[in-house]
Design a protein around this ligand. Structure first.
Ligand SMILES: Cc1cc2nc3c(=O)[nH]c(=O)nc-3n(C[C@H](O)[C@H](O)[C@H](O)COP(=O)(O)O)c2cc1C
Length: 198
């Protein structure tokens, strides 16, 4: 809540197969700032969730009911949560220089549902957050941003690209610059959302 009037929410997804790891640390740092700015937040961790990829059946273009025909996982719930939110943060570790398969499955199905339904998520604010041990973070960051940009989602920047460094669980806590980047991202995202809601 800000200004005592409008309720604003940001939803974040952690695509890591490892719950509460480095991607979660980075995401929580952004969410902390958003909360300080009066914005409600929710973090959903995909670890252990059986999310499959897109069937390419295009049924969502026939039904246009904002749903995927695959009903035995949580993607349809996640899409509705994104629709209800003002901001969406997609976080992923780097796996062989790309996002995790969980995040890719979420993006592929959400992206098709959104396009089949008059760009369902357009004009929301979106940000990518990436954890990396050494290299391959940029292609991961770029690919998530490509999803936002083709979905007409508005992307704020930070003082650096939103990437944090760490290998073992918890190591991202030591990446001072990465954490600062997340804090600036949180402030810029809050600023932009408030302007758009004003
Ligand atoms: C299957 C797999 C592939 C990975 N590939 C890369 C890679 O290409 N580049 C890199 O720097 N780190 C790579 N890593 C390391 C992770 O990106 C790194 O440990 C990250 O902090 C994990 O985030 P998490 O704790 O949220 O899972 C890989 C890890 C796994 C499990």
């Amino acid at each position: 809540m800000f200004g005592g009037l409008v309720k604003v929410k940001v939803i974040a997804f952690n695509g890591s197969a490892r719950k509460d790891g480095n991607t979660a640390i980075l995401l929580r740092r952004v969410l902390k700032i958003l909360e300080e700015e009066g914005i409600e937040t929710e973090l959903i961790q995909l670890a252990g969730e059986p999310i499959r990829g897109c069937n390419a059946c295009r049924a969502c273009y026939d039904t246009k009911n904002e749903r995927c025909v695959i009903e035995n996982d949580k993607v349809n719930d996640y899409v509705q949560k994104m629709k209800e939110a003002d901001g969406i943060i997609l976080g992923s570790p780097t796996y062989f220089s790309m996002m995790s398969p969980e995040m890719k499955a979420l993006i592929d199905r959400t992206g098709y549902i959104a396009r089949a339904n008059n760009h369902l998520l357009k004009l929301k604010v979106g940000a990518a957050v990436v954890a990396v041990r050494r290299a391959g973070g940029m292609p991961t960051f770029d690919a998530i941003n490509h999803f936002f940009l083709i979905s007409q989602i508005i992307v704020p920047g930070s003082s650096y690209w939103n990437i944090g460094v760490g290998s073992k669980k918890g190591e991202a806590e030591a990446d001072e610059e990465g954490l600062k980047t997340m804090e600036t991202l949180g402030r810029n995202m809050a600023w932009l959302i408030k302007k758009l809601k004003a």
